[in-house]
Design a protein around this ligand. Structure first.
Ligand code: GLV
Ligand code: MG
Length: 312
């Protein structure tokens, strides 16, 4: 799986940002043709995005383009121009405001046709589906199952809050008056369950108060704690915070690697399925939890600082 701790939004209408994004340490960049681009700038933005993918240096980053949603007149041309123009320099397309499996199936079919027509390997370009309205959330299981190209489900809090008439304009913050618990818990969990039951990543959306890094980190920690894999970033200052929040801590990473070693030793050398690691009883379920943390730590470039000593 690709690392997506930080997913940087870059407006396709702004060549300076398209240039600058290449030097930033985000795991993913998505070049936007949708809501950060004015209607009158949509056509030029397609050209900018193709040019940036073709000529830019995006090494080490997952390259994504967000097309317009299917209620507009722009989507099919977005897909055709971007994939015909730069399909070999593109990892995924992001489809916003997805409301049903049929929309993902449409994109899958169109991608297959363009790949066949242009000689690209069929099926290599992935899909990221944004869940950002009530209909999308109600249909999220079917959406998650709609195509083998799907790699992630992405929560779109701004559109979502508008869609359900949530009583606040501050994206990601608790609506005033709601004092019991977390107003986003159900939505995040619903998306996470659909994602995990189809082996997809779950990505949290943007935090718009870009000068409030503490607020960003707090909201990010909330979805990271549940199990989300990463979050959108709108500004360079948010990248480092996202990379940190969605990576395991050094302690957790070391602990996970120790559990894997200890459990391997227990099951193969000692032939036991449940053993003690220090004061902790570990078994097959512990191994599964440790695998997740170890994989995230390795993907984040952590190296272990503790080695396993077999019991004397
Ligand atoms: C992102 O697209 C959002 O609507 O929050
Ligand atoms: Mg949106």
């Amino acid at each position: 799986m690709r690392s997506r701790r930080s997913c940087l939004a870059v407006p396709g209408s702004n060549p300076r940002f398209l240039d600058k994004a290449q030097g930033l340490p985000a795991d993913e960049v998505f070049l936007d043709l949708e809501d950060s681009v004015a209607p009158s700038a949509k056509e030029q933005a397609r050209k900018n995005v193709v040019e940036a993918l073709r000529t830019g240096d995006w090494a080490g980053k997952t390259r994504v383009v967000r097309v317009n949603d299917l209620s507009t007149a722009w989507t099919y041309r977005d897909v055709i121009e971007v994939v015909e123009g730069a399909g070999d320099a593109l990892d995924c397309l992001m489809l916003p405001k997805v409301e049903g499996a049929v929309q993902v199936a449409w994109l899958d079919t169109l991608l297959t046709q363009i790949e066949k027509a242009t000689g690209l390997p069929v099926g290599r370009i992935g899909i990221e589906a944004q869940i950002e309205n009530a209909r999308g959330l109600v249909e999220v299981d079917a959406i998650a199952a709609a195509s083998p190209r799907l790699e992630t489900l992405v929560f779109g809090p701004a559109d979502f809050m508008a869609s359900i008439n949530m009583k606040t304009l501050v994206v990601g913050q608790q609506p005033p008056g709601y004092t019991e618990g977390d107003a986003y818990h159900y939505i995040l969990m619903r998306i996470l369950m659909a994602a995990r039951s189809h082996d997809l990543q779950a990505i949290d959306g943007p935090y718009l108060q870009i000068r409030d890094l503490d607020g960003f980190a707090k909201v990010a920690r909330r979805s990271a704690a549940l199990g989300f894999d990463g979050k959108w970033v709108l500004h360079p200052t948010q990248i480092e915070a996202a990379n940190e929040v969605y990576s395991p801590s050094q302690d957790d990473y070391d602990h996970a690697e120790l559990i894997l070693d200890a459990y391997e030793y227990a099951t193969t050398v000692e032939r036991r399925g449940a053993v003690m690691l220090g004061d902790e009883m570990i078994d097959e379920a512990s191994r599964k939890m440790a695998l997740v943390v170890a994989a995230k730590g390795r993907a984040a470039g952590l190296t272990r600082t503790k080695t396993f000593e077999p019991p004397a």
